[in-house]
Design a protein around this ligand. Structure first.
Ligand SMILES: C[S@@+](CC[C@H](N)C(=O)[O-])C[C@H]1O[C@@H](n2cnc3c(N)ncnc32)[C@H](O)[C@@H]1O
Length: 260
């Protein structure tokens, strides 16, 4: 599906400039809004629409009236609970100062929790293979104004607009403490509703032997998988499944325990 870039309904010099810069960065066409509602742009251009507002970028996939934009999502409430009890942190063994690679950045909620844990002596990189999602999240992490306690953690996350397997192949052995993957579920679940507008845009590729082997080569401490509770990937790829009763998704871990 083609994607175009436009401004908010009432453009300003700032949003016009932002639309030009966004179009140029992503190699997409910038289109004047001319007071057309988004559904008209969908109809006339047969394209997904990125709307550049002063405060954020929004993506309206064709047929969707609700936009996708960056916000902390589940990290908003998870960050208020003891971080050591967060299932991702518990399972991965992530600690302050660690280097964390998120292979499937999505809305960056998991990366945000990891970034809070590793702190300013740590490092967080998130791979996202869809360039439009990657850019919306990169800009959101840079500019989001609410929840000031999360700003340092947001600003620390580096976004790699790249397929995780290609990215992993370019990394040295043992160069991250934790490597995490959360591919799209093959079954739709209610908890993922914040991501719903993006269901068609996201990369639906599933775990492969190559992906897991590369992750194991790069991780010093652990490789972590999040998947639907019915997924057989945990057993198929050698993850130790941590059952979480009454939840729709489980975590699995491969402990690496390599010396630092
Ligand atoms: C289920 S979402 C991840 C949600 C994320 N854990 C969060 O906290 O918001 C999966 C995301 O990973 C991306 N993705 C899937 N396979 C990928 C791959 N091989 N490399 C990079 N990104 C990938 C998808 O486009 C999608 O945005």
């Amino acid at each position: 599906m083609k994607t175009i870039v436009t401004t908010a309904y009432r453009p300003t010099d700032a949003t016009k400039r932002r639309a030009q810069e966004t179009a140029q960065f992503l190699g997409l066409q910038a289109v004047e809004r001319n007071k057309r509602p988004v559904y008209k742009l969908h109809e006339e251009l047969a394209a997904d629409v990125i709307v550049c507002k002063k405060e954020r970028l929004e993506l309206y996939p064709v047929g969707q009236s609700e936009p996708f934009f960056f916000h902390p999502n589940s990290a908003a409430f998870r960050s208020k609970r003891p971080l050591g009890n967060d299932p991702l942190v518990e399972v991965s063994g992530l600690e302050a100062g660690d280097a964390y690679l998120d292979c499937t950045l999505g809305m960056a909620s998991d990366a945000l929790i990891a970034s809070l844990v590793v702190g300013d002596t740590g490092r967080v990189i998130g791979c996202e293979s869809d360039p439009v999602i990657a850019h919306i999240i990169r800009e959101g992490l840079k500019n989001y104004q609410d929840m000031p306690k999360l700003h340092d953690s947001m600003r620390r996350i580096q976004v790699a607009s790249q397929n995780a397997v290609d990215y992993l192949k370019g990394l040295d052995d043992n160069s991250f403490d934790v490597v995490y993957m959360d591919p799209m579920f093959t079954e739709q679940i209610a908890e993922a509703s914040n991501f719903a507008p993006l269901r068609n845009n996201a990369d639906h590729g599933q775990l492969t032997e190559e992906w897991v082997e590369e992750a194991k080569r790069v991780a010093r401490k652990s490789v972590v998988l999040k998947a639907h509770f019915r997924s057989t990937d945990f057993e198929a790829f050698g993850f130790n499944r941590r059952v979480r009763p009454n939840t729709k998704f489980h975590f699995g871990v491969i402990q690496m325990n390599k010396s630092q």
